[in-house]
Design a binder for this molecule. Structure first.
Ligand SMILES: *[C@@H]1O[C@H](CO)[C@@H](O)[C@H](O)[C@H]1NC(C)=O
Ligand SMILES: *[C@@H]1O[C@H](CO)[C@@H](O)[C@H](O)[C@H]1NC(C)=O
Ligand SMILES: *[C@@H]1O[C@H](CO)[C@@H](O)[C@H](O)[C@H]1NC(C)=O
Ligand SMILES: *[C@@H]1O[C@H](CO)[C@@H](O)[C@H](O)[C@H]1NC(C)=O
Ligand SMILES: *[C@@H]1O[C@H](CO)[C@@H](O)[C@H](O)[C@H]1NC(C)=O
Ligand SMILES: [Zn+2]
Length: 591
């Protein structure tokens, strides 16, 4: 605490110098005049309130954090400016954007990194230092801005690609303990337990629920927002009960807060597993050092959201492929997928994906020394036991040779037939009961062609039942279909579509064939709320196949032009001709 106060008073001196125009190489740099630790009494008072709730230890620390986040905003803005971005006309989402929303509390929002991480000044310094160096800012600039450079203290860093968290750096010792505040409801506790069980099943990490263990992850609803500390930070960081105004019991308390103060992180497996991943020490996927190869960002939207691109020193990917469906990827407006079919995959609520698990297993060095299985289809021995395999999405069984049975043993393995005809897969999952289930129902389908041929899919219909809302965008969190067509990339999340998406569903005037590059196409349909209905024609094709579709492949078509207006009468027994002339809208397409 003493050191931090000392640093901030040093900063006041250098700030004065900065404002007096004493910074010689300011040309080409952003305007730093708002980088100040001069905060209003109202902000101070709010900070004091937050510190009393365990968000930071004291006001001085929060002032320092706020200032450093402002510098990071500048850096994020510069990064976006210096990268050539393509189209940034992101289609508006009608749902989604759960994590990543601005916090309602402006002061708290100004203290969070990328909306949901509470970083220490040391962590912020490290990010500023590495990203600023990449932008070519001199060390002098950083010193003047009050960033305490640690680089010289670590001679190995910078010479070669360091790992995101070198062994024992921010790592938790096992077993990782966790507990809850009294006001965390039972249903949230159950999802938290299930999430840890999921991680235990897929990694070498172990967990225990304990009200007394030191250190422990502490789930709370102390204020608005979903956010957490990142990585294990030691035992002295936080521990103030609500009655404390300063963190006098931080020493040795070993509590690591994860705040679950919004409906969308309170009982959602996707959001809770995201926050816990941060707690393990993982940053956002869209901050990966290679993200500009995959995303177009709009400077206007993103500069103030700190969508900082981390350097390889802070974000090591262990060779995993970029995955738009990663549990650590936001679906916020302002990001456009360069591979445009993945637009709705960003922000997926399905929970940790295969690549996320590969990442955490590498980060905690969870490897099987002597596995007793040989895995196929891209799987690898599960470090939890080493006698079964962890499989890419869509595969299951001990060795990943089977189709994933999904949540209710649904799904199917189908054989496509010749290029002259199309079979139809008509299926649905879920119930139209308007009840949002805690967990997704899921079915996987494998559609196979003879060796040397490709599977072609023509979607006739995909989405909610008529008369039910078809939520769109932001990761298809209510229901959707995942399409996997690229044989070399079956280990990353496929393209997600929420339903009746014009990029997915063919009409008689707009054929959109989806063709695999091998003799296998994989589909997943899933829902959390109401039915997801899918109707897709499939056939096999090869390079000699005519690009026009045979008659039997023509998608179903609405015969009337005002079908949307008539949708409410689809099931009206007195008007059966409506369902017949609006087969797409009414869901009565013939098979
Ligand atoms: C700090 O802010 C207050 C009110 O915004 C202002 O009156 C004062 O001059 C500022 N002090 C410095 C050193 O910038
Ligand atoms: C974890 O594995 C156990 C034992 O195989 C199983 O019963 C349980 O359903 C799994 N839980 C999760 C969340 O994967
Ligand atoms: C958090 O607590 C507040 C106040 O006690 C309550 O209104 C809110 O519903 C809680 N939020 C969650 C997500 O549990
Ligand atoms: C998936 O497969 C690709 C290509 O074989 C490989 O580079 C990558 O590391 C694999 N794993 C993940 C998680 O991306
Ligand atoms: C549509 O849904 C509403 C509300 O669930 C229901 O009252 C109405 O009867 C439904 N209409 C049809 C045609 O199913
Ligand atoms: Zn996050």
């Amino acid at each position: 605490m003493f050191r931090i106060i000392l640093l901030s008073s040093l900063f006041a001196l250098s700030l004065a110098a900065l404002l007096n125009g004493a910074l010689p190489d300011i040309n080409g740099l952003p305007d730093f005049s708002d980088i100040t630790d001069n905060v209003t009494d109202a902000v101070k008072s709010r900070m004091s309130d937050l510190a009393s709730k365990g968000i930071g230890r004291h006001v001085e620390e929060l002032i320092g954090i706020q200032k450093k986040l402002k510098i990071i905003n500048k850096i994020a803005g510069e990064q976006v400016k210096h990268v050539k971005h393509g189209n940034t006309n992101t289609p508006a989402a009608t749902d989604g954007d759960r994590l990543g929303k601005k916090n309602k509390d402006e002061v708290l929002d100004s203290l969070l990194f990328q909306g949901d991480m509470f970083l220490t000044e040391v962590q912020l310094d490290r990010i500023i230092e590495n990203t600023a160096q990449e932008l070519g800012w001199s060390k002098e600039v950083l010193t003047k801005l009050g960033v305490n450079s640690k680089k010289s203290l670590n001679p190995t860093r910078g010479k070669r690609q360091a790992i995101q968290h070198p062994p024992n750096d921010f790592h938790w010792a096992l077993p990782i303990s966790y507990y809850y505040d009294d006001n965390i409801p039972d249903v949230t506790r159950q999802v938290i337990r299930d999430t840890f069980a999921f991680y235990a099943n897929h990694t070498c990490l172990t967990f225990q629920e304990s009200a007394t263990a030191v250190p422990r992850i502490h789930f709370r609803n102390a204020t608005s927002g979903c956010f957490t500390y990142v990585g294990f930070l030691g035992n002295d960081w936080y521990g103030a009960p609500s009655s404390q105004t300063t963190c006098t019991i931080c020493q040795g308390a070993g509590l690591h807060p994860v705040n679950l103060g919004e409906w969308f992180c309170n009982n959602q497996f996707g959001s809770i597993s995201h926050e816990i991943f941060h707690a393990f020490g993982v940053f956002h996927h869209h901050s990966r050092s290679d993200r500009d190869d995959y995303l177009s960002l709009s400077a206007a939207n993103l500069a103030d959201k700190q969508f900082t691109r981390l350097t390889t020193s802070d974000s090591y990917n262990y060779g995993t492929m970029y995955d738009y469906g990663s549990v650590m990827h936001y679906g916020i407006d302002g990001m456009t997928a360069k591979e445009s079919l993945y637009q709705s995959t960003m922000g997926a609520g399905l929970g940790p994906q295969f690549g996320d698990i590969v990442l955490i297993n590498n980060q905690y060095q969870c490897f099987c020394q002597s596995a007793t299985v040989t895995c196929v289809n891209g799987g690898y021995p599960n470090p939890n036991g080493c006698n079964t395999c962890l499989c890419p999405g869509g595969y299951g069984g001990t060795t990943c040779s089977d189709r994933d049975p999904g949540t209710e043993n649904g799904g199917d393995t189908l054989q496509a037939t010749t290029s002259d005809s199309c079979l139809t897969l008509k299926t649905s999952i879920g119930n139209d009961d308007d009840i949002s289930n805690l967990y997704y129902q899921k079915s996987w389908f494998h559609i196979q062609a003879p060796a040397g041929k490709q599977v072609q899919l023509i979607f006739n219909k995909a989405g909610a039942s008529p008369n039910k809302t078809n939520h769109r965008g932001g990761g298809c969190n209510y229901r959707g279909v995942e399409v996997k067509l690229i044989s070399g990339q079956l280990n990353r999340t496929g393209t997600l579509f929420c339903g009746d998406d014009p990029a997915l569903v063919s009409t008689s005037s707009n054929f959109i064939p989806f063709t695999s590059d091998s003799n296998l196409a994989i589909l997943q349909i899933y829902t959390q709320l109401n039915k997801f209905n899918l109707e897709v024609k499939y056939r096999y094709v090869d390079s000699t196949t005519s690009p026009t579709l045979p008659g039997s492949c023509q998608p179903c078509q609405d015969k009337a032009s005002n079908c949307n207006d008539m949708a409410q009468y689809c099931t009206d027994p007195n008007n059966p001709q409506i369902a017949a002339s609006c087969p797409v809208t009414c869901g009565t397409c013939p098979t």
